[in-house]
Design a protein around this ligand. Structure first.
Ligand code: GMT
Length: 379
């Protein structure tokens, strides 16, 4: 198939899922056309059957806000025509779904161009529910030829927020289990922990919803009981405040801020525990990536996370903001090797059995076929 994919190309789970989906589909023989304003961060443009079409937004003094959505819609229609796209698949409803709907209308005099919207979370729970975006987001979801949600939780939220009750297919996020795998001796950890302390890791876009500062608080608690170091991967608004808090709590020598990293699969397996203290997650991709790498997630019991992490079996779930409870779980995992090995093994097993790319990508392929054949109605 010839598939157009649009996503936010920056650091964020929805862009990562879209990029990895595109690369998996290309590996299975599809021609994949990314239509975005920048090269998605984890995309290797040299990959066979991967094409990248940049959306340029021209500016003019009259425009206080350059009309990105319009530029995206016309680029989508151009690419669809030039490369005979069978469908558009957009990740994150706002504004990609609206742009796809316009592209479809631009193409309508020539031929049918179906589009699928994948909902990732804040497009429904925050942005889409904002009164200024509510009606247009609901409209574009309803006009989509297919809609997928990354968890059952998000499908239920979409019903609650938008009253859209049918026609949403749950296709969960996935992980490439060959790329993300355990590193049993963790010898590379010495580069980050010369004294041999076990590593904790946090990866996010450092937005307030991720509660990156809680990771610093958890580390300070854990270090009262056992040595540990923390790797903070990513960047965003809470990075500065987290650095400040580390100095305040006098753990700054034990925290390394690594910034944005393109190959997290090389860093995650070096850690023992992944901290995912988010206020909200519709899925929790980082928890899954950690499990695939044999790193035990200590996460929060929010949104779709319980669909990924089984509490007490392959990770722990605690209430958001409960630093003492999360720190106690981390301490137990760092001080009890048998417990850690058992949970790390269960995580790797569950990640491969339930969320491996080989299991999930065919679900997208079947859905594409249904949508192209017109067998899936609008919502
Ligand atoms: O977290 C966000 O601000 C938006 C979005 C993103 O682009 O990173 O994250 C959502 O999509 C991820 C990938 O599907 C999920 O793993 C995250 O749980 C989800 N974030 C939220 O629901 C807060």
């Amino acid at each position: 198939m010839n598939i157009g994919i649009t996503c936010y190309p920056t650091y964020g789970g929805s862009g990562i899922v879209a990029t990895e989906l595109g690369m998996e589909l290309a590996a299975r023989g599809h021609e994949i056309h990314f239509i975005t304003y920048a090269n998605p961060i984890r995309l290797d443009p040299g990959t066979p059957r991967i094409h990248y079409h940049e959306v340029e937004v021209s500016n003019y003094p009259l425009f206080q806000y350059p009309p990105y959505c319009l530029a995206l819609a016309s680029r989508m229609a151009d690419v669809a025509e030039a490369y005979s796209l069978d469908l558009l698949h957009v990740h994150y409803a706002v504004p990609h779904s609206i742009a796809a709907m316009l592209a479809q209308q631009l193409m309508a005099p020539k031929r049918r161009l179906p589009f699928i919207t994948t909902l990732h979370g804040t497009d429904i729970t925050l942005v889409g529910a904002d009164p200024s975006y509510f009606a247009i987001t609901k409209f574009s979801i309803e006009k989509s030829d297919g809609v997928t949600a990354i968890s059952n939780y998000l499908r239920q939220e979409t019903a609650k927020v938008f009253g859209i009750v049918s026609g949403i297919r749950v296709i969960t996020n996935f992980v490439n289990c060959d790329l993300y795998h355990p590193d049993r001796d963790k010898s590379g950890a010495a580069a980050y922990s010369p004294d041999g302390e076990k590593l904790l890791i946090h990866l996010s876009n450092f937005r307030p919803v991720k509660r990156a500062l809680d990771c610093i608080r958890i580390l300070a608690e854990v270090r009262r009981k056992t040595p540990a170091r923390l790797l903070m991967v990513g960047d965003g608004p809470d990075r500065g405040p987290a650095e400040h808090l580390a100095r305040e709590l006098q753990v700054d020598r034990h925290v390394l801020f690594l910034g944005k990293q393109n190959h997290v699969e090389r860093i995650i397996p070096l850690a023992h525990v992944a901290l995912v203290p988010s206020e909200m997650e519709s899925f929790g991709l980082v928890a899954l990536e950690a499990m695939a790498c044999g790193v035990v997630p200590v996460a929060t019991r929010v949104g779709g996370v319980p669909e990924v992490v089984t509490d007490g079996e392959d990770g722990y779930l605690e209430a958001p903001r409960d630093i003492a409870a999360q720190a106690a779980r981390v301490t137990a995992l760092l001080t009890d090797d048998a417990l850690h090995a058992r949970m790390a093994g269960a995580g790797r097993w569950n990640a491969s059995e339930r969320f491996c790319a080989e299991k999930i990508i065919p679900q997208y392929e079947r859905y594409y076929e249904e949508v192209v054949a017109g067998r899936v109605g609008g919502t």
